[in-house]
Design a protein around this ligand. Structure first.
Ligand code: TUI
Length: 314
């Protein structure tokens, strides 16, 4: 059994599962494993230096002949260099986050690179469709990292009604029931981040994986509202410090305190004073397993959920 949609066609993949392009987290090892499993792996560029990202792209290409992509984090200061390098190296698709990729759209499309922007609102999605987005990733505020303010449940159907290109649902999807729910809302694929943090092939520090396994339903918090870039993280000493700075309305101090803290968490394993960016569905992740099993299990669950729903109709 397979689920075919416009997104599986667009990306040339077997399964409608796109792996979230998580900074300092989605490195070539995870990306290659997801793509080999029939999903779409995405390298998280974040603030990564351009040379390092080039190495990541080459390593992913060497590890798999399957399609994969790069997430462009548009707030990074050297984003122009990164886009130039991605244009030169070539990848199947880019996802974009934390801004409007309009400036780069023409050049990317001219190279045959599909552009899948992440949009947290209907207005932005419509604008992005009008300038050539190949699909829209609607990311709800259940997601980890930088978020908008709508939930996946309300954002997805509104995007589906507003644009003609396919919609990919993101935020809060960690098992096959979530895939079935997203499809019921009209999505044609899902983006999954947090669940893949506990893939064997994900190279984040083992302490972060253990923290995710322990997470309970109310363990994430959104900090940094005063900076204009709110971020969902697992609660720890750093998140409590940032909450205090939010209450004191000191956004500049939040930016200073937050600098380098995602890498400190994901690479060095500082789960107390590092930034544990992860989604609300952290509580639903209870095993570490190969990426191929995550993909296979989620697809089997999705198919079972869809059949069970069809069985309710008489
Ligand atoms: O980008 C993400 N998630 C991220 S980026 C990131 S790095 C970072 N660290 C600290 C502060 C800020 C960023 C960690 N997690 N998800 C996709 C996403 N994109 N969520 C929200 C948006 C977004 C927001 C505004 C996309 C477009 C947008 O447009 C504003 C405009 O320019 O119209």
């Amino acid at each position: 059994m397979a689920i075919r949609t416009r997104v599986t066609e667009l990306l040339g993949v077997e399964h409608p599962i796109i792996q979230g392009g998580m900074a300092w987290t989605a490195t070539w090892e995870l990306v290659a494993a997801v793509s080999k499993a029939g999903g779409f792996g995405v390298i998280g560029a974040g603030h990564m230096p351009t040379d390092l990202l080039r190495d990541q792209i080459r390593a992913a290409k060497a590890a798999t002949g399957k399609p994969f992509g790069v997430n462009l984090m548009l707030l990074t200061p050297h984003i122009d260099d990164i886009v130039d390098m991605v244009l030169a190296e070539g990848v199947h698709a880019v996802t974009t986050g934390a801004g409007n990729p309009g400036k780069y759209m023409e050049a990317l499309k001219a190279k045959g690179i599909k552009v899948l922007p992440i949009a947290p609102s209907v207005a932005l999605a419509k604008r992005l469709e009008s300038i050539g987005a190949d699909a829209i990733i609607g990311e709800g505020m259940e997601a980890g990292g930088h978020i908008g303010d709508l939930t996946t449940m309300v954002l997805t159907p509104q995007l589906v009604d507003a644009v003609d290109v396919p919609v990919i649902a993101a935020g809060g999807i960690a098992d096959g029931r979530g895939i079935a729910a997203a499809f019921a809302l009209g999505a044609e694929a899902v983006q999954v981040g947090t669940r893949f943090m506990c893939a064997d092939e994900c190279t984040i520090h083992p302490s972060v994986k253990q923290r995710l396994l322990k997470a309970r339903d109310r363990d994430t918090v959104v900090t940094g509202y005063t900076t204009g870039h709110p971020v969902r993280v697992l609660k720890n000493k750093l998140s409590r410090q940032i909450e205090q700075l939010d209450r004191a309305n000191l956004p500049d101090q939040i930016e200073t305190l937050g600098a380098g803290k995602l890498a400190a968490c994901m690479r060095e394993g500082d789960v107390e004073y590092g930034s544990i960016m992860a989604g609300q569905c952290s509580a639903m992740v209870d095993r570490i397993m190969p990426a191929s099993r995550i993909v296979a299990e989620m697809m089997a669950e999705a198919e079972a959920a869809m059949r069970a729903l069809a069985g309710l109709v008489s």
